[in-house]
Design a protein around this ligand. Structure first.
Ligand code: BGC
Length: 745
């Protein structure tokens, strides 16, 4: 690689006029076939059938490569592109770097549980630095789909159920990935996905159709995407599914009218994988030609992996169905990205860089802190936690207790080997002098294997026999019997949440709950640590297990971070970004519903179902700490303001316990009447603060037109009503500290 110019850092920020001039010059000398090539993203993995990537690239037939994670190969392919292809345009290398490249951070749902956008930003900045050092330019993240149905597997990839929290996490992740501007050194281009509505799949079944009104889209599902545009995100990905019977990847209203027209997005839209070709499979386009035409005209610049553009676009121009100017317009943002990233000047990556970058000690430190901050303490009866470091004899039980995969979690970077510190390892490191015995109990596995196992057939191990499972069960109980305290590590394997990983039930899979019951029956103190990528229905545990820590899928440093929390070296301060339904059959469930004529919980309507309470087991925003807080003195700066004006809301928060700790102070509003019914509560402000024992801080929130306005069904536009409002400030979405104020015309 010596003769090649090395990159790792780009030069200076090119001026807008400079970029435009270069693009014009490039377009002027490119053939139609090469232009279509720029609109084509090909798979770089060996298992993908069809022509070899080298040959496609040599002919100028590809603008970008995905599903490749090999620094040497990046340079080799890039060399073909810049030395042998007709116009010598460098390639963009793209991959799903969702929660870390080599250093793995908590999954996005966990990151959102930190309620700390700075932590998300910092984590994604590290992920970007590692990915860029490996030779990648572009990540398919952040995933910004609001998810209110815990059965949907991809809930793990996003920030949960709430648009306000989702928007804050969206902007933070875009800043983290991209840095100060798209193309900044040590960063990658971000991709806001999957536009839009994917999280509302019917029945939580992945890929199934979505029916959402414009009101729901604009008030709930769009805000994180809008926040990403405001934060300067370079690219968008169109979703797979039908939105109101129009596939998102052929949806002109979404991709052109809203995204580009209303929001002014100027970057590139890539389809989801094979989604352009799938317009035929979905019964929308007649054939590949029709699919290419409809996706391009809807606003999809780049065809991910389906080769539909490659096979059809030139023909569509030649027969006059499309104008070459339309192709030029689609190519333009792709070339702009390449110019901004400095790829024409520095197309290659220094092959020694990655090792230096991943060795930086701060990466692991950021991962450990992010994991600590994202964990949620759900129960702590009798203050069982934090545990004493003088324990001498501890049992660590459960199928996930020593699983690197489950600790790193869903969405592993293509080709990545999980190397996380497991819970067992973390506890052993914390208690060097103690006896720490481990038993896994019976294995857990999906009833239907993941379609992604096909990429790695080695993953398909034969199932444990019922006899072996029974032995494992009894061994686990016996191991627990010999200990003074038991830490159970239960939940879901990494392949049980994520894409194509939806479930009908939210129960602990396999025999885990039976094992938990058998261990609790021993009468010893039991701590339950959950590793999972979605809310689980843990109704029994919530009544019978004294301490429950929701650790999610915490990443490379997960085991250490869990041990830090369990033994009091870190104080849990995370809060749920989704509510926990009591049963999978209660999904979708979310807090921001509108009121009804028959208030749930009133004497006549104690529950919406006659066979169980319909309230969540744990509400949105909930999480405990090792100390206690008092939130008081709620005040609004004015009892009345005019439409368009802002009001300032303050509350005092005091740490009333004996140790330092974090509280996430949350502000909810409710508009009492107006053009439309409004949700009974909506999060409109939050701040995570650290307080020493006895310390008090005043937290300040602003409520202005952005927070008080909404998209109205009746007005068919964005409005702000003159109306009366409730305000609550507290520690979760059931906060009771209340005041009110009025907006007048
Ligand atoms: C997923 C996307 C992902 C893409 C590329 C698709 O199956 O839906 O989220 O970015 O594959 O790996």
């Amino acid at each position: 690689m010596n003769k090649m110019k090395k990159a790792g850092t780009a030069a200076s920020v090119p001026s807008e006029t400079g970029v435009a001039e270069r693009i014009e010059a490039l377009l002027g000398r490119m053939s139609l076939a090469e232009k279509v090539g720029q609109l084509t993203q090909i798979g770089g993995a060996d298992f993908i059938p069809g022509p070899k990537p080298e040959d496609i690239i040599r002919s100028g037939g590809a603008g970008s490569v995905l599903w490749l994670n090999d620094t040497k190969k990046f340079n080799a392919l890039q060399k073909i592109a810049v030395e042998e292809s007709p116009s010598k345009i460098p390639l963009l290398f793209a991959l799903d770097v969702i929660h870390g490249y080599r250093t793995i951070f908590p999954v996005p749902l966990a990151m959102a549980s930190s309620w700390d956008p700075a932590v998300a930003e910092q984590s994604q900045a590290v992920a970007a630095k590692e990915a860029r050092a490996a030779g990648l330019h572009w990540t398919f993240g952040p995933m910004l789909d609001i998810a209110r149905d815990a059965r949907w597997g991809r809930i793990v990839e996003g920030a949960g159920e709430d648009p306000f929290l989702g928007a804050a996490m969206a902007a933070a992740q875009v800043r983290g990935f991209q840095g100060p501007y798209p193309g900044a050194p040590d960063h990658v281009i971000a991709c806001a996905k999957h536009f839009a509505g994917y999280g509302a799949a019917d029945g939580g079944r992945d890929y199934d159709p979505v029916y959402l009104s414009e009101t729901q889209l604009r008030n709930v599902y769009f805000p994180p995407f809008q926040a990403a545009v405001k934060a300067g995100v370079g690219t968008f990905m169109s979703a797979y599914m039908d939105l109101n019977n129009v596939p998102a990847s052929g949806n002109r209203w979404l991709l052109s009218d809203i995204l580009r027209g209303e929001w002014g997005f100027q970057g590139l839209v890539v389809s989801d994988a094979f989604a352009v070709g799938s317009l035929v499979v979905q019964g929308f386009a007649r054939d590949g030609r029709d699919a290419a035409f409809r996706a391009l005209s809807a606003g999809v610049n780049m065809d991910m992996a389906s080769n539909t553009y490659m096979q059809n676009l030139a023909g569509l121009v030649e027969d006059g169905t499309l104008k070459e100017a339309e192709i030029d317009a689609a190519v333009q943002p792709i070339l702009a990205l390449k110019v901004r990233m400095g790829l024409f000047e520095q197309p290659y990556i220094d092959e020694a860089l990655l090792d230096q970058v991943i060795a930086l000690p701060e990466h692991r430190q950021v991962a450990r802190r992010a994991a600590q901050r994202s964990m949620v303490l759900l129960r702590n009866e009798g203050r069982l936690l934090p545990l004493s470091k003088n324990l001498k004899n501890v049992a660590v039980i459960g199928p996930l207790a020593d699983s690197k995969e489950a600790t790193e979690g869903s969405w592993m970077v293509f080709g990545h080997q999980p190397g996380a510190v497991t819970v067992l390892e973390g506890i052993r490191a914390k208690l060097p002098g103690a006896r720490v015995e481990y038993a896994s109990g019976p294995e857990i596995r999906r009833d239907f294997p993941s379609p992604f196992d096909d990429f790695d057939p080695g993953k398909r191990k034969p199932a444990q026999t019922p006899e072996a499972a029974e032995v494992a069960f009894q061994t686990a109980v016996e191991t627990a019997r010999g200990a003074e305290l038991v830490i159970m590590v239960l939940g879901e394997n990494a392949d049980m949440a994520g894409e194509a990983a939806s479930r009908g039930s939210l129960d602990l899979p396999g025999r885990q709950e039976d094992l938990l019951k058998a261990v609790v029956a021993l009468g010893k103190p039991v701590v339950l640590v959950l590793l999972n990528g979605r809310p689980l229905s843990i109704v029994w545990a919530a009544e019978h297990v004294p301490a429950i820590l929701e650790a999610w899928e915490p990443g490379s440093e997960g085991g250490n971070a869990i041990a830090d929390i369990l033994f009091g070296d870190a104080n849990p301060g995370g809060k749920l970004p989704v509510c926990f339904p009591r049963s999978g059959s209660h999904a979708p469930l979310y807090y921001a519903r509108t009121l009804t004529h028959a208030p749930e919980g009133s004497p006549m309507y104690r529950s919406r179902y006659w066979d169980s309470p319909t309230t969540p087991l744990y509400p949105f925003g909930f999480g405990l700490c090792y100390t206690t807080f008092l939130i008081a003195n709620l005040e609004a700066s004015a009892s009345q303001v005019k439409v368009g004006q802002s009001v300032t809301v303050t509350a005092d928060v005091t740490n009333t316990g004996r140790v330092a700790g974090d509280e996430v102070v949350q502000l909810y509003i409710h508009q009492k009447a107006g053009s439309d019914s409004r949700p009974m509560r909506e999060l409109k402000g939050f701040e995570r603060i650290t307080l020493q024992p006895g310390e008090t801080k005043t937290v300040t929130f602003h409520l202005g037109p952005d927070e008080l306005g909404y998209w109205s069904t009746n007005a068919d536009r964005w409005i702000q009503d003159a109306a009366a409002f409730d305000i609550w400030v507290g520690a979760d979405s059931l906060a009771t500290l209340h005041t009110d104020f009025e907006v007048v015309g």
